[in-house]
Design a protein around this ligand. Sequence first.
Ligand code: ADP
Ligand code: MG
Length: 256
Amino acid sequence: MKPPSSHSNALVELVGVTHRYNRRETPALVNVDLTIEADSFMGVVGPSGSGKTTLLRLVAGAISPSSGIASRAPHLSIGFVPQVETVNWSFPVTALEIALMARVDRRVPWIDAETRAEAAEIFELLGIEGMQDRHIRTLSGGQQQRVFIARALLSGAQLLLLDEPTSGIDARTRHDVLHLLDKLHANGLAIMLTTHDLNSVAAHLPRLVCLNRSVIAAGEAAEVLLPEVLEATYGAPMDVLYHAGMPVVIERSPLM
Ligand code: ADP
Ligand code: MG
């Protein structure tokens, strides 16, 4: 079957995608149309339970739509960076071992010098040099996340999917993560991330999707960060101000 691609640069295309985890339940996602292009740097925002992680899993191909079509470019390599708080580190494994899971050749069960050098270069690019032999459990959330990014880069990913990459990390690390993603995007990697950080993350991304089980709006930050779109997405009244040309979302306090 030919993928229904109207976009020549599309890496992933969802057309009319609905996803139900269980047959009787209300769907987690309804009738989603979404195209991820080779030069995408896209953020998905929405309240908890709005289907952000489900959308990433559908894009990754980890789950299949209940109805509709999810198509991926042939031979597309996708790297998935999970939300670090949700990972269970009950077994001892080093940062390098995690990163090289992408490259283990079952016929040659050791790591050659060339792969080691490549890994060292990527760890340096990501600012986690010197952490290769640390147990993953002893690293901070931001560092663990970079180990997963290293794994994606070592696997030759063309599309990087990150689930809440800035949740549970401090402002400085959040800034570093965004800067790093911007650098990877400039080097040609397509990026899609979920976030509930509207002002310090979403507003800075070139393209946003507001999700609440279906796509409420998609476009540039200034086009979608509007009070009516945010209210439809979050079900709560919000105001939008402009500061230095950037939209700033303000939640209205019920005490106001
Ligand atoms: P978000 O990432 O925006 O918080 P999710 O995609 O995790 O949202 O969840 C969307 C909906 O699907 C929620 O109602 C959630 O309870 C449900 N859901 C998520 N994962 C599963 C699962 N593995 N089995 C059943 N329901 C799930
Ligand atoms: Mg989630």
